[in-house]
Design a protein around this ligand. Structure first.
Ligand code: SAM
Length: 263
């Protein structure tokens, strides 16, 4: 049996008995429950404070900025089929680009035709510098659900900043801040099944968390658990980029960053 198979057979999900009372096993149990408590704490706090569970609909966040501006959505396809690019066009953004490494889905094509849309689709990898030329600089860049799928989120954010004329809106799943460790992030590939489990509880069905890392589905995996302060730092490390607003929910952060000087 390989190490990976052994890894996947460990843990309570495979029916192992819980640690029995007494001695080292209890200590191990409570140490193991620390990450779960850390991850769940923001959710409990939100419930106690009766705050909403999710961010406002994305269109409502970027819509007021979109009119009359050029707009690109990076990561436009999976499950959303260009929804935010089409929404930006409806808000009056012009021209509008939709970018993804996936080919356009039939749903995207159908919606494009139904709207007689002028949205330009560009296929490529945002981590590939050649894609930046193909996309071009846009006044407003919208990118949700992409950076934690990147092996190098700082590079992804650097590239997003390079195509940003005025405004960068970046939304990402995030982990809670680690007390005493600002800007912490967790590298997820290679974690044993038991270590992945607390993350899989708060991010169900995530590839690389609920399931093992899949080398054949490179960008489908969750690569990084990024804290909100780390996300912010990865934007602001780019010259001229300043975060002006931050919308946070327990496991998601949306940053609005403004370019203050030309790239
Ligand atoms: C989790 S989905 C998010 C979809 C949508 N933005 C949303 O908010 O629900 C990630 C999308 O980004 C695309 N994507 C991931 N990594 C990418 C990369 N390096 N370059 C271009 N597109 C990428 C995926 O193909 C997918 O369409």
């Amino acid at each position: 049996m390989s190490a990976r198979q052994r890894d996947d057979r460990t843990g309570a999900q495979q029916g192992n008995p819980p640690p029995s009372a007494g001695g080292a096993r209890v200590m191990c149990g409570s140490v193991r429950s620390l990450p779960a408590a850390w991850l769940l704490w923001p959710r409990l706090r939100r419930r106690a404070l009766r705050r909403p569970a999710s961010l406002p609909p994305y269109e409502e966040v970027f819509g007021p900025y979109a009119q009359g501006r050029s707009f690109v959505e990076v990561g436009t396809m999976w499950n959303v089929h260009g929804r935010y690019a089409f929404a930006a066009e409806a808000y009056g953004a012009i021209p509008v680009t939709a970018f993804d490494d996936m080919a356009p889905t039939p749903e995207f094509e159908a919606e494009h035709a139904r709207r007689s849309s002028a949205v330009r689709f560009v296929q490529g990898d945002i981590n590939d510098a050649a894609s930046l030329e193909k996309i071009g600089v846009h006044d407003l860049v919208w990118c949700a659900g992409v950076v934690y799928h990147s092996p190098d989120p700082a590079l992804t954010l650097r590239h997003l900043c390079r195509i940003t004329g005025d405004w960068l809106f970046v939304a990402s799943k995030t982990i809670p801040e680690v007390p005493g460790l600002p800007q912490a992030s967790v590298f997820l590939p290679g974690l044993e099944a038991e270590a992945r489990m607390p993350y899989a509880r708060v991010f169900p069905r995530a590839m690389g968390l609920e399931t093992p890392f899949d080398r054949d589905n490179w960008y489908g995996n969750w690569w990084w658990g990024i804290s909100p302060s780390a996300l912010r730092a990865m934007v602001e490390v780019n010259e001229g980029m300043r975060v002006v607003e931050e919308l946070r929910r327990p496991f998601e952060t949306l940053l609005i960053a403004q370019r203050t000087t030309t790239a």
